[in-house]
Design a protein around this ligand. Structure first.
Ligand SMILES: [Zn+2]
Ligand SMILES: [Zn+2]
Ligand SMILES: [Zn+2]
Length: 356
């Protein structure tokens, strides 16, 4: 069998295979069925950490090893061809399952639950935002298999499409009282022809734990925030949770809900983030600033902007990926971000308390 050792070089060794213990020799197979090549696990671990933390691409990683370990160009090409297959996403997923133990006990936290938000009877502050950088090119292929993570972070696209069809009236945010969105709208229309995902709409809690994400296939439509709000409400049904939603154009959402006759549900409050609100007309600044409304504390509502500044760096890699691979990498990235947030929650909460 051929083994790619921790320097990135290919060696030939004899390995007696046993299907039930993939990590026994510290090797990870390049393919699930009758593998001919295997990787050293420390090598893959290094790659996974580098890709989650610094968005290193396979190509970048191979070239790094080339200069660090004096690989020849032929060795780099062999390494590249071995690494671009399925095995990396399976490896990442295997580690996720090992860490979260969700296979053994589905009730365990899979990394999507915020330790600090109320699970029942309380107020939950969530921030919503769209990002038009996290696109996918139509020419980047199709997937035959579903993402390994399923709908852990990204909701089912069929669900969203059905919702969009049912809510045709909420086509575009017509009353444009904020100037921030204009550029995004233009860009998303110009490029939409070559892209099948034009951006990502997401929600995080006030502690910046990622909650829910939607692939957008059309420009900015009010139906996306409405869908996410509906879905969040459905998730905290019967739990006596008051949802406080902070969104760049919450004022437009509010006036849409009033106009359509639905009204704002009693268990929701809407607000505009503390900095974005200055792009709005004066009445909005008074009515919707998180600094002026009750119950929002000192939450600035800009948590999604901070999350995007991490996640958008993956766009360079994910825009060229197949739909399932892309969702798996973005989900793993979000889980990584969530781990960072929940591990540091004690410190960040202490800091926030001090400021307050
Ligand atoms: Zn065995
Ligand atoms: Zn939280
Ligand atoms: Zn406004």
């Amino acid at each position: 069998m051929k083994v790619i050792v921790s320097t990135g070089r290919l060696c030939t060794v004899t390995v007696k295979m046993c299907a039930c213990e993939p990590e026994r020799y510290g090797l990870w197979p390049a393919s699930a069925d009758k593998p001919q090549t295997a990787f050293s696990i420390p090598l893959l671990e290094l790659f996974v950490c580098l890709s989650l933390e610094c968005q290193v691409s396979v190509e970048g990683f191979c070239n790094t090893l080339r200069w660090k370990n004096n690989l020849t160009l032929a060795e780099v090409n062999t390494l590249y061809r071995a690494l671009v297959g399925e095995s990396i996403s399976h490896f990442r997923h295997h580690h996720f399952r090992q860490r979260s133990l969700v296979d053994i006990c589905p009730q365990l936290d899979d990394g999507t639950i915020c330790p600090a938000c109320p699970k029942a009877d309380g107020d939950m502050i969530v921030t919503l935002d769209a990002n038009f950088g996290l696109v996918r090119k139509q020419s980047s292929g199709t997937s035959v298999v579903e993402p390994l993570h399923g709908t852990r972070m990204f909701v089912d696209e069929k669900d969203v499409e059905e919702y969009l069809l049912l809510h045709l009236d909420s086509s575009k945010p017509h009353e444009d009282c904020s100037t921030f969105k204009a550029g995004n709208m233009l860009r998303s229309q110009k490029q939409a022809k070559k892209l099948d995902v034009t951006g990502v709409f997401g929600a995080s809690c006030r502690h910046e734990m990622p909650l829910m994400f939607v692939n957008m296939s059309q420009g900015e439509r009010l139906a996306y925030p409405l869908y996410v709000i509906d879905e969040l409400l459905r998730r905290c049904e019967d739990k006596n949770i008051h949802l406080r939603v902070v969104y760049d154009i919450a004022c437009v959402v509010a006036s849409h809900l009033h106009k359509s006759g639905e009204g704002i549900p009693h268990n929701i409050s809407l607000a505009v983030p503390a900095f974005h609100v200055y792009g709005h007309k004066l009445p909005c600044q008074i009515k919707y600033s998180t600094r002026r409304l009750d119950g929002f504390g000192l939450t600035d509502g800009e948590g999604m902007e901070r999350l995007w500044s991490f996640l958008r760096r993956f766009a360079r890699v994910t825009k060229e990926m197949t739909p399932s691979h892309r969702l798996d990498l973005l989900t793993d990235a979000l889980l990584h971000y969530g781990r960072r947030k929940s591990n540091d929650l004690g410190l960040s909460t202490a800091d926030h308390t001090q400021i307050a």
